[in-house]
Design a protein around this ligand. Structure first.
Ligand code: F6R
Length: 246
């Protein structure tokens, strides 16, 4: 694993965007695995700036996102499809027909997940997967305890997650109770992985995930077994890791 320690969130975003740019320049028809959440927003903003300057061309790129809430339509402002459109796709020249997010409107979970795996395989797999990481080490919606051999599957959201999301919805009934997510196995099949972390609140989990035992209790710890991972973090997020390896 390679570690890239940047000064702050702005520089983390620039480094991550540089890695994505290099991938797009070297293989213009590459398949990018993308994530939502707050961490990659700065990376996407940077990619948009370079696209606007004429330095990047996404015309042939395909993208496959990690996850989506079951039951939400693409128009729903809380859906991950909506997030991707507003934070990236609407501002670059990617062909939206080549952008994939699990189909939240598909009620048949088995079908939704099988179809998604088919999409990934028919594209020849993911060239570069971008990941954020939760405070408990989750990646995608793979929470602690998730088996490492899972492909795309439907997860029941924890009560605490449902309660935390309630503020974004008109009523408790509208809050999604399930989500579709690439599994750990799917994620590990990506050819390259870039993990982006920022902020002091991530310092303990970064150390645990990358220096601690490899265990389903810390889903991101599985990344220690991948042969091409770059961890890009700011000084705050990498502080405990750096202390331990010095
Ligand atoms: C997003 C995703 C999540 C986030 C994680 C970190 O598609 O799958 O695993 O990457 O929750 O979120 P932030 O970046 O908001 O700290």
């Amino acid at each position: 694993m390679r570690i890239y320690c940047a000064k702050d969130y702005y520089h983390v975003s620039r480094v991550a965007a540089n890695i994505i740019s290099a991938q797009v320049i070297m293989k213009p028809d590459c398949v990018l695995g993308l994530a939502t959440g707050s961490t990659p927003i700065g990376t996407y903003e940077q990619l948009i700036r370079w696209y606007e300057k004429g330095d990047l061309d996404f015309a042939e790129v395909s993208s496959i996102n990690l996850d989506e809430y079951k039951g939400l339509t693409p128009e729903d402002e809380q859906s991950y499809r909506y997030f991707m459109n507003t934070h990236l796709f609407d501002s670059i020249n990617i062909d939206k027909r080549n952008t994939f997010v699990p189909d939240g409107t598909e009620q048949d979970s088995e079908k939704a997940c099988k179809d998604y795996e088919k999409i990934i395989h028919s594209h020849g797999g993911i060239d570069l997967q971008i990941l954020g990481m939760g405070h408990n080490g989750h990646i995608g919606f793979n929470e602690p305890g998730s088996a490492f051999d899972k492909e795309t599957h439907c997860v029941k959201l924890a009560e605490s997650t449902i309660a935390a999301n309630a503020r974004f919805f008109a009523s408790m009934e509208d809050v999604p109770k399930e989500a579709y997510t690439m599994g750990i196995k799917t994620i590990m099949q990506a050819k390259k992985i870039v993990v982006i972390v920022s902020g002091e609140d991530k310092k303990d989990i970064v150390k645990k995930a990358f220096l601690g035992p490899i265990t389903p209790e810390v889903p991101a710890s599985v990344l220690q077994l991948h042969n091409d991972v770059i961890l890009v973090g700011d000084e705050a997020a990498l502080s405990e890791y750096n202390k331990a390896v010095q």
